[in-house]
Design a protein around this ligand. Structure first.
Ligand code: C2O
Ligand code: CU
Ligand code: CU
Length: 493
């Protein structure tokens, strides 16, 4: 029996549908109650001869989401946007045009590239009808990893991301050369929720969205509802997970299979860590290996409800948006064929500990009613909500934090509010030192860390290679749009 590989899909002409392909694939077992859906497919752009060059257009377009026609915001007509793939030292040239009816820009989440000029500059504003060419180089020593791109125009980020604007940016590196990983089948899982009204338009998620962030009940994986993934008996499957939702957390488990974590936001960890479930805050990525070591059959990838409020006043009020959901199947893994027993890699790539910090800073995350930017305890509802870092809401003309190139700092982030805030820093990645005084269980490179109510997280971050102004913020994007963002200026040494 022939198993269809991902590459075959890439080579097919645009007119060939996944359904036609599935019909060519003889299946070893009757179709079960699991909905048979198409495999995950992406329009992919890879670098060639050291250059990744493409045109990218943000525009409203109707696309198919499962059985529904949805009027979404797209990159090149796709949701998620095209998958971009490059290698260290490649040049990137993205000729971007904004065909939306509002300003936008592009952020390259997790890439270590200049935050200024035509690089990862989130202070740019590209007006409707205008174009801008993003041009930068992936550094020679950039780690391989799962990164992504999305809009970052302050005030509109949640709306544009919720509308569908997001895409993967893969850097192939050392991790991809580890024999077991190279041999593994690979799937890209962009986790994203939508809320559609009867006409297929993005529905208004109501005033509570101001507090908890907008969330929808339609859970998609790479633009599909419950897509099919296959694994061979004895084989290895590498899942690259991205939570591209503006505010929804995902808590995933795979029936009868454990997941072996191999990479986090910033790339590989030093050796696989076995997990029974993974939690991804908005903006987070994880790569896991799955072994085809169970009885051939169908197994569900399940999202369990996750309550980011965890007590506090919001515990009850959150009900409508996320935590009253029941467990839901987001993808289905099917055994197909057999291969020689593939083992897990034992070593990945060392995560070197960082030197002791020169400086330690404190950041406090909270929310209140708008007005003077003052915290007025208990302000909960509606349009006046302001989200703050150290009591201040975002002002692009103010410099909140000044650091020096080639130094290392510890940042202590405390959440004095009542819901989780995934804290994210641009340009440089960090390591988590401790969470509520508990040391991190394994060393990992991160760029998002979720800070629960009442919790303090200590991160350690080196400022390398690039000077200039960038930002840090909460990756619940309604919080970011409502002020939970600060400016970071990296000064020359
Ligand atoms: Cu993915 Cu500043 O964000
Ligand atoms: Cu980012
Ligand atoms: Cu937040």
């Amino acid at each position: 029996m022939r198993s269809i590989k991902r590459r075959d899909f890439f080579r097919l002409s645009a007119g060939t549908t996944a359904a036609m392909l599935l019909s060519q694939c003889s299946r070893s077992q009757p179709i079960s109650s699991t909905p048979v859906s198409a495999p995950i497919q992406f329009q992919t752009y890879r670098s060639e001869g050291g250059l990744l060059s493409l045109d990218l257009e943000a525009k409203a377009q109707s696309v198919q989401l499962g059985s529904r026609t949805a009027n979404l915001l797209t990159y090149n007509g796709k949701v998620p946007g095209p998958l971009l793939e490059a290698k260290p030292s490649d040049k990137v040239q993205i000729r971007f045009t904004n065909q939306l009816n509002q300003p936008t820009n592009i952020h390259y989440h997790g890439l270590h590239i200049p935050p200024t000029g035509s690089g990862d500059n989130v202070f740019l504003e590209i007006s409707p009808g205008e174009s801008h060419t993003y041009e930068y180089q992936i550094p020679n020593n950039h780690p391989g990893g799962t990164f992504w791109y999305h809009p970052h125009k302050h005030g509109l980020v949640a709306e544009q991301l919720f509308g569908g604007l997001a895409g993967l940016f893969i850097v192939r590196g050392e991790l991809d050369e580890i024999p077991e990983i190279k041999a593994a089948q690979e799937e890209f899982l962009v986790l994203k929720d939508f809320a559609l009204d009867d006409n297929g338009n993005i529905s208004d998620t109501g005033h509570m969205a101001a507090m908890t962030g907008r969330a929808g009940g339609l859970l998609t994986v790479s633009g599909q509802i419950n897509p099919a993934m296959t694994i061979s008996k004895g084989g290895l499957l590498r899942l690259r997970l991205l939570n591209a939702s503006p505010s929804r957390f995902f808590r995933l488990s795979l029936e009868e299979h454990s997941m072996h974590l191999i990479a986090t936001d910033g790339g590989a960890i030093s050796s696989p860590v076995e997990l029974s479930e993974v939690v991804l805050a908005p903006g987070e990525r994880m790569e896991v290996l799955v072994q085809g070591n169970q009885k051939p059959g169908d197994y569900r990838l399940i999202n369990q409800p996750f309550n980011p409020a965890q007590g506090g006043m919001m515990g009850g009020m959150m009900g409508g948006s996320q935590n009253s959901d029941s467990a839901e199947t987001v993808a289905t893994l099917t055994y197909d064929g057999e291969s020689n027993e593939m083992s897990l890699p034992s070593q990945l790539i060392a995560v070197d500990p960082l030197p002791e910090p020169q400086t330690t800073r404190q950041f406090t995350l909270n929310h209140g009613m708008g007005g003077g930017g003052e915290m007025m305890g208990g302000g909960m509802m509606g349009g006046g909500m302001v989200f703050m870092i150290n009591g201040k809401s975002f002002d692009p003309s103010r410099i909140d934090t000044q650091v020096t190139l080639d130094t290392v700092e510890d940042w202590e982030i405390t959440n004095t509010g009542s819901m989780a805030h995934p804290f994210h820093v641009h340009t440089n990645k960090f390591q988590i030192i401790s969470q509520n005084g508990q040391p991190a269980p394994y060393a990992a490179w991160k760029d998002v860390v979720s800070v629960s109510p009442g919790e303090t997280v200590r991160i350690r971050m080196p400022f390398r290679d690039y000077t200039g102004k960038t930002v840090y913020h909460c990756h619940v994007l309604d919080h970011e749009d409502r002020g939970m963002m600060g400016t970071l200026e990296i000064q020359p040494a």
